[in-house]
Design a protein around this ligand. Sequence first.
Ligand code: TEU
Length: 565
Amino acid sequence: MLQKKWWHEKTAYQIYPKSFMDANGDGVGDLRGIIGKLDYLKGLGIGIVWISPIYQSPFVDQGYDISDYYAIDPAFGTMEDMDELLAEAKKRGISIVMDLVVNHCSDKHEWFQKAMENPFGKYGKYFYIREGKDGNPPCNWRSYFGGSAWEKVPGYDNLFYLHMFAKEQPDLNWENEEVRQEIYKMIRWWLEKGIAGFRLDAIINIKKDLRFADFPADREDGMCSAGVMLEHAQGVHEFLQEMKREAFAPYDAFTIGELFDFRIEELEQYIGAGGCFESIFDFAPHVLGGTNHGWFNRREVTPDEFCDAIYRSKRVSQDIGMMANIIENHDEPRGVSRYLPKDGLHDTGKKMLAGISLMSFGLPFLYQGQEIGMTNKQFHDIAEVDDISTHDEYRVALSRGVGKEEALARVSGMSRDNARTPMQWSSEVHAGFTEGKPWLPENENYREINVAQQEGREDSVLSFYKKLIALRTDPAYTECVVYGKQVPVLTELSDFMGFLREGREKTLLVLANYRSMEREAVIPQKVKKIVMDNCEAKDTAAHISDAKEGSSILMKGYQFLVLEV
Ligand code: TEU
């Protein structure tokens, strides 16, 4: 039995601030834009908002390269705007979560600037600076964004600093007590201000394998992926527990870790009672189909794989803690474009996917635009892409002999820019996002897919999300939807997802037909009531609401049902 937490019953929402709402017409989203949309978020039923980085940044990696942790970047507004946002959110019962990017900072951060002036002084020890091998990097680790994870210290022939991401994102040396204390001080400063907590960026990376030694190469470039190094890094929990003790616990902060490459046997240490975080994102479906070679040779994910990944991760996690369910975020393609077969990419299919995500055990975490069913963007030329990671993956594809057009097609599907196009508020110019020129062009389909067009329409994707979210706080269902055990049923059916949510007093049966074909499903327990139906199938409602144990119901293509049994 999980210990209850204040956030368990909430629904969370991620804002990518550059692309959410632009209030001053400069083409970049801002804090005043967010303030103006708080009523919208409240109307949706959102209780927690995570905002991707809004700190001062040169934007080499869109704000994940921070040059001052105590300043708001002018592109987003001022500290006064931030204070107002916190106050206005509070009035509406919305908790604000910030992004904590402390594996690395920006090369424009004062610490790094001073470290480059004197790599052997105090600030040199804030980073990982090592001797190379005759002018070559100290070891063969590949950075996440391509190329060596080591870059030469300017002015030295054989001295390098470590950057697991871009070379403009030098890794902070967590082994240095002084660095850790600086970070904890900064965390406390923000919590003092009244934010509810943090999303912890790439946090597993803070512990390195301190031998800084080569591993077997996994690509023709002779380098090894960062994940290989992380498998050998020992002791991340000591850092994480210390950070919890010194920074988060005194404020009872909400913390949600972004973890890839962690050992599942250690889940308890992350989110169990006494774990270092409150929650972590469930990326089980997102890592499917990946290889060591890059995006260009990723495989498409089948509905069965998608469903199995969810079952598996719930089986392992639900007695330990609550993970956050996502179908997309600012690093991932749009979930509907990725997890729905082509013939399912319509409102019914989108509602089914929403239902699977929100009715599974976990904290629902929506990404801006997901609630209206925003889709991937069509890229016509690599020059239209902003994302640093997509450019690297494109180069990797070319280097493996893939032609230009084909390379673009292959990396487009995974591009992080799919999720970063402006939020589609209306069918007005630039989707109602800005009166200026958007920093990244909007998706061409904004006239068909936008908030204004869906608000107040009973059958819209947006309305379906609202109903799903409301179910979580409906006194009749909350215990069952939030805490009920998730038990798979009808697992013998392919392209089908069926599970029970067994609450103390109520049980819900969730069924999703992941195909365009009609098909039969055998009802394991007598149906008492239809709670949700994405087809609003009045013609068939009677045969479903009366279904007895062991009887079959006919489900339409991509139909999604929540039945009280
Ligand atoms: O992402 C961490 C991370 O591991 C990603 O690089 C991930 O592997 C990749 O995006 C999958 O496509 C975080 C942030 O979410 C991301 O936006 C940043 O670029 C990165 O950290 C560096 O801060």
